[in-house]
Write a protein that binds this ligand. Structure first.
Ligand SMILES: C[S@@+](CC[C@H](N)C(=O)[O-])C[C@H]1O[C@@H](n2cnc3c(N)ncnc32)[C@H](O)[C@@H]1O
Length: 338
C-alpha cells in the first residue's frame, strides 16, 4: 500500500472545490484523465457505483493497481485516449453514464520526470509523448519545416516571436541534433527579443506549443467534448479542468451551445437567450484556485474548472472551427503521437 498512500498524498488541482460541488454522486462515472488517480479515488469515495478510468500514459499503471486494491471490482481501466470513451462504454454494454470528468493536460508525474522530456526546468531527452509511442518532440524540431514549426509555436503557444524561434531552431539543427530539453530551451532563451520575465521562463510558450502539437491535445479535447456529450445521460454531469486559454475557450464555447433551428453551434447570448441550451451551467463562472492553493501548488494558478449538466438528447455535429480550434497545417500529422 506504500505507493497508494503516495497516490492520495498527491494533491490534485481544485479538488476541494470539486468536492464541494459533488459531496455525493451515484451511478457510473468516467475519469478520462486518470493520472495519479486522486480524482478517481474521490469519485469512488463520493459514491460512484462504477468507474471507467482512462489514461494515455502507460506509466499510470502502478497507480491503478493501488486503487484497484482499495476498490476491488469497481474500476474498469484502459490505457487509451479518452476519445475512445464511446467505444469503450459500448463494449462494456453500459447505456447510461452519470458523469464525465476530464483534467486536461500533463500531470506533475510527467512534468517532473526529466526522462519524459516535458520540462525546460530539468534536462532530459526531448520527448514529451504522453503515450510513450510515436514521434517525439525531438523528431518534430529536427525534421519539421521551419514554417510548420513557426505555425505551431504561434497557434498553440501564442508566442509572438514564433518565426524567429523557428528560424533559430532550423539554423541550430544544422550544427547539432536538438535532442535534449536543455538544448531547445537554450536556443529559445537566446532568441533576440524574447521576453525573459521573472515569473515565466522564455521557453514556456514554445514548450507548451510543441507538447500540445505532438500529443494532438486540442483536437483530442474537441473530440473528447463531443464524445462526453454523446455518452452522458440527460441530467448527467460533465466537469472539466483546463490549464490554458486555448483549451478554456474551446470548452466555454462548447458549453455555451444552444439548438436553434437545428443549428447546434450558436452562442446563446447572440440570440438574446432564445434556443434550447445543451447544458445547464452548474457554476456560472469558471472556478479558479484560491491564493492558498496557488501558494502550495503554483501550477494551479492557470487551472479553470467548469461544470455543466446535460439537458438535451439531440445529436451534435462536429464543428471544430466554431469552437475556436486553431487550424494548423495537415503536415503536422506526421509528427503526432496521439
Ligand atoms: C492533469 S493529469 C490528471 C491528474 C488526475 N486528475 C489525478 O487526479 O491525479 C492529466 C492526465 O491526463 C492524461 N491525458 C492527457 N490527454 C489525454 C487523452 N487524450 N486521453 C487520455 N489521457 C490523457 C495524461 O497522460 C495525464 O496523466
Amino acid at each position: 500500500m506504500q505507493s497508494f498512500n503516495k497516490t492520495i498524498e498527491h494533491v490534485p488541482v481544485l479538488i476541494s472545490d470539486f468536492k464541494k460541488l459533488f459531496p455525493k454522486i451515484s451511478g457510473v462515472w468516467v475519469d478520462g484523465t486518470f493520472g495519479f488517480g486522486s480524482y478517481s479515488n474521490y469519485l469512488l469515495e463520493a459514491g460512484a457505483k462504477k468507474l471507467i478510468a482512462i489514461d494515455l500514459d502507460p506509466d499510470v499503471k502502478k497507480h491503478i493497481n493501488d486503487l484497484n486494491t482499495k476498490w476491488p471490482n469497481k474500476i474498469d481501466f484502459y490505457i487509451s485516449n479518452f476519445i475512445e470513451m464511446k467505444k469503450i462504454i459500448k463494449n462494456l454494454e453500459i447505456n447510461h453514464i452519470d458523469g464525465v470528468f476530464l483534467d486536461i493536460g500533463v500531470s506533475s508525474m510527467q512534468l517532473d520526470k526529466s526522462i519524459r522530456g516535458f520540462s525546460f526546468r530539468n534536462d532530459g531527452p526531448l520527448d514529451m509523448r504522453m503515450s510513450r509511442n510515436g514521434p517525439t518532440a525531438s523528431d518534430f524540431v529536427n525534421n519539421a519545416e521551419e514554417k510548420l514549426i513557426a505555425e505551431v509555436i504561434f497557434k498553440y503557444g501564442e508566442e509572438a516571436r514564433s518565426k524567429i524561434i523557428a528560424k533559430r531552431i532550423v539554423e541550430n539543427r544544422k550544427k547539432f541534433k536538438i535532442d535534449t530539453t536543455y538544448k531547445l530551451s537554450k536556443i529559445i532563451e537566446e532568441t533576440p527579443g524574447i521576453k525573459t520575465g521573472i515569473k515565466k521562463h522564455p521557453a514556456t510558450k514554445s514548450f507548451q506549443a510543441i507538447r500540445v502539437a505532438i500529443n494532438n491535445e486540442l483536437n483530442n479535447l474537441v473530440l473528447g467534448l463531443y464524445y462526453a456529450y454523446d455518452v452522458l445521460k440527460v441530467g448527467g454531469y460533465f466537469a472539466i479542468i483546463t490549464f490554458h486559454s486555448l483549451e478554456d475557450r474551446i470548452v466555454k464555447r462548447f458549453f455555451n451551445q444552444v439548438f436553434i433551428h437545428n443549428d447546434p453551434l450558436s452562442d446563446l447570448k447572440k440570440f438574446g437567450g432564445e434556443g434550447t441550451p445543451l447544458f445547464e451551467k452548474i457554476n456560472k463562472k469558471p472556478i479558479i484556485a484560491s491564493e492558498k492553493e496557488i501558494q502550495i501548488n503554483p501550477r494551479s494558478r492557470s487551472a479553470k474548472l467548469r461544470v455543466v449538466r446535460k439537458l438535451s438528447n439531440k445529436s451534435l455535429l462536429l464543428d471544430q472551427k466554431k469552437l475556436g480550434l486553431p487550424q494548423v497545417s495537415n503536415r503536422l500529422r506526421d509528427f503526432q503521437c496521439a
